[in-house]
Ligand binder design. Structure first.
Ligand code: NDP
Length: 332
């Protein structure tokens, strides 16, 4: 059996089509939705994420403003920026890019964003709504994306189904588990201390995986290897770049949602050195999920593809949070 592929691009389009008349109405009333992205870092990933957001917002008819603060901004400077947009009637929603400068308290800043303008649905008050609502607006974008894809695959009926969520972060795992519980699924949450992982994942009718586990392994290895090259510590054991979820860990016919994004070297040689570009000397990196897609698709019933899976729906949820905030602010 080869699994059906769950098309995140198509689902994202459905959500954006629903939002389109609301956006049009807001623009006609001269109250266009506007997303403000606050960045205080010089991280390349965050820079390209901001560019992608600008493009995506533009395509949807949502205004976009990037607040590019210095990478050494203080907590107070970032707080001031948040406060100014909390009070700015032109701003519908605010999101904060990670990483933040050293010493800056991300929880404090997330809580400083007005719950009404919470683009990422991560304000404590909005996370609290997850106890009552399986589809909160604003809601945590990635968790919502994983749940919406799972519901689509299950024809909206997860009642009594065994859902296993691997990963218990505040951003993805926990909210996804709460939403699935609200939908009457029987939910198990697994994490890095879970024992008998295969037994747990194999019990899943729906398996949602959100860990970045291979990145964790690679990051720890890279640090240890660099230290060893400097003559500090022992040579680390060769890094295991294998997927967290392999085909033997998945029940036949299960729905598998892979949220994980891992940036890892394409290979590591027998001496334990990562493959490098011959000209630049830079490590050759590749992006993989948490799930061994090629092998697991032979076992699963429905699976997200590594490209066009969770990401597009996550972006659509960010737009949804922004547009609904604009609608509330406009009083319509
Ligand atoms: P966090 O680092 O906050 O949490 C990771 C979770 O995975 C933790 O609960 C951790 O367990 C668990 N975990 C780590 N290693 C293992 C392991 N070996 N076995 C079982 N569980 C493990 O990550 P996020 O939740 O923010 O993100 C998860 C993944 O999703 C990442 O790869 C991230 O890049 C990706 N992501 C994708 C998005 C998208 O739109 N596609 C958006 C956001 C994130 P413990 O709690 O015990 O430490």
């Amino acid at each position: 059996m080869v699994a059906k592929i769950l098309d995140g691009e198509a689902l994202a389009k459905e959500f954006l089509n629903e939002l389109s008349p609301i956006i049009k109405n807001l623009r006609e009333k001269e109250m266009p939705p506007r997303l403000v992205s606050i960045r205080a870092n010089d991280n390349k990933g965050s820079e390209s994420y901001a560019k992608m957001q600008e493009k995506h917002c533009g395509e949807c008819g949502v205004d976009f403003l990037l607040e590019n603060l210095p990478a050494d901004s203080t907590e107070e400077q970032i707080l001031n920026c948040i406060e100014s947009h909390n009070h700015n009637p032109l701003t519908s929603a605010i999101m904060l890019h990670m990483p933040l400068p050293k010493g800056v308290d991300s929880s404090k800043l997330t809580a400083a964003i007005s719950p009404l303008k919470d683009a990422e649905g991560m304000h404590p008050a909005n996370l609290g709504n997850l106890l009552f609502d399986a589809d909160p607006i604003p809601g945590p974008c990635t968790a919502l994306s994983a749940v919406k894809l799972a519901l689509k695959a299950a024809n909206d009926d997860v009642k009594g189904k065994n859902v296993v969520v691997v990963g218990r972060s505040q951003i993805v795992g926990r909210p996804a588990a709460l939403m699935m519980m609200e939908k009457h699924a029987t939910v198990t949450v697994a994490h890095s201390r879970t024992q008998n992982m295969t037994e747990v994942t194999k019990s899943a009718d729906i398996l949602i995986v959100a860990t970045g586990a291979v990145t964790f392994r690679w990051s720890a290895y890279r640090k240890a290897l660099a230290a060893w090259h400097k003559g500090e510590g022992d040579k680390p054991e060769k890094c295991d770049l294998s997927y967290l979820i392999t085909s033997d860990m998945v029940k036949k016919g299960a729905i598998v949602i892979d949220v994980g994004v891992n940036r890892i070297p394409v290979s590591i040689d027998e001496d334990g050195e990562p493959a490098r570009n011959k000209e630049t000397g830079k490590i050759k990196l590749t992006t993989v999920g948490d799930v061994d897609y090629e092998a697991v698709k032979e076992v699963a019933g429905i699976i997200t593809s590594p490209k066009g899976g969770v990401g597009p729906v996550t972006n659509a949820m960010l737009i949804r949070n922004t547009v609904f905030a604009a609608k509330k602010i406009a009083g319509i």
